[in-house]
Design a protein around this ligand. Structure first.
Ligand SMILES: C[S@@+](CC[C@H](N)C(=O)[O-])C[C@H]1O[C@@H](n2cnc3c(N)ncnc32)[C@H](O)[C@@H]1O
Length: 336
């Protein structure tokens, strides 16, 4: 069993890190705001990643550092009472955010989890304005948030094939399903493997008044049957996942992407088409074969492609900054 040590307002980041590296659980008993500052100082000390021998090696180091950082910071924990009562000076009310994210409280937990739930709750309440939709989407904790708009814009601008039935595979918040319904699809089946995403997509569909056109369900890859248009925006980077939150962003071994390409022909109607949205960052980093090779290798035909350069800013200390700056996101129009 890991041994615990009580820390508080007088603790320094260096000392806390030393204890965490020894495998101790650091139970915080000081002011909440000081704990947040302590975590920020610890994060700065463990945040640096050196470049590797290749882009793929740099990426591996970057992911390993993120996992190490999450583990170390996760060792700073707080005692939570029933209903997520936090008996710490200046502690915010975390009850609603944590109950929605984790269910009933279970005692001691990492402060980083509480902070993550609070941040996610702010997004959930406020929502994210999606220009192509002309509406707000409300992401739930752990569900991929459409904070980057360019990939949604691609789906909004591709010539509309007038489908009668549409699948949205890996729907997340339901943002693309909603856009497809807004573009004229009145029979959309939106699926996701993650129960959190299914619940979130349903809530967004209801909120947007689109429940008559969109059905949401839990599924690994495809719904049953065929569709005239199948849209999929899989996680763009192949990498192991170390937390449930990673599954929205990372696709271990490109399982979803490859599974989609392997199965899509069997779910398309005779004249149907698939829209695959994916960035080229993974191939720039040497993590997988080029998207076109994967598509044609699966026996599919590329009919068209629309590209966009992401507008996100890259952080200077990001070891992957030069690759992210050159990243291109594409909508691949694919047929059998
Ligand atoms: C990058 S997010 C895209 C979400 C949403 N479509 C969007 O564009 O904002 C990828 C989604 O695929 C889901 N996913 C991953 N593997 C899946 C699988 N095998 N079957 C269905 N959904 C999957 C994830 O849970 C996540 O919600």
């Amino acid at each position: 069993m890991e041994s615990t040590v009580v820390i508080g307002d007088e603790s320094t980041a260096d000392h806390a890190l030393k204890l965490a590296r020894q495998g101790r659980i650091l139970v915080w008993r000081g002011d909440y705001r000081n704990a947040v500052q302590l975590l920020a100082a610890m994060r700065r000390r463990v945040g640096k990643v050196r470049r590797g021998s290749s882009p793929a090696d740099t990426f591996r180091r970057y992911r390993a550092a993120a996992a190490r950082r999450a583990r170390l910071l996760g060792q700073v924990q707080v005692d939570v009472g029933p209903g997520y009562a936090l008996e710490l000076p200046h502690a915010p009310d975390v009850a609603e955010a944590c109950t929605l994210a984790f269910g009933p409280s279970t005692g001691r937990m990492p402060l980083t989890d509480i902070m993550g739930a609070l941040g996610a709750h702010r997004w959930r309440v406020r929502g994210v304005h999606v220009p192509a939709l002309g509406a707000r989407i409300h992401p739930h904790y752990g569900v991929f948030a459409p904070t980057r708009h360019e990939y949604v814009d691609l789906v909004g601008s591709m010539p509309w094939p007038g489908p009668s039935k549409v699948f949205d595979v890996g729907t997340g918040t339901g943002v693309l399903a909603a856009l497809l319904a807004q573009r004229g699809a009145d029979d959309v089946v939106a699926v996701d493997i993650e129960p959190r995403a299914v619940e979130c997509a349903r809530a967004n569909v209801d909120r947007l008044g689109l429940a008559a056109s969109i059905r949401v369900g839990q599924r690994d890859l495809f719904p049953a049957g065929t569709a005239d248009l199948i849209v999929c925006n899989p996680p763009w980077l192949p990498s192991a996942v170390s937390s449930p939150l990673d599954t929205a962003v990372y696709d271990p071994g490109s399982r979803m992407l490859r599974g989609f390409l392997r199965g899509v022909a069997g779910h398309l109607t005779a004249d149907g088409e698939a829209w695959l949205i994916v960035s080229d960052l993974a191939e720039r980093l040497g993590l997988r074969a080029p998207t076109r090779t994967l598509i044609t290798g699966a026996g599919l035909v590329v009919r068209d492609r629309m590209d966009v350069r992401p507008r996100h800013r890259t952080r200077k200390d990001d070891p992957l900054a030069e690759y992210r700056a050159a990243e291109v996101t594409s909508l691949w129009r694919i047929t059998r």
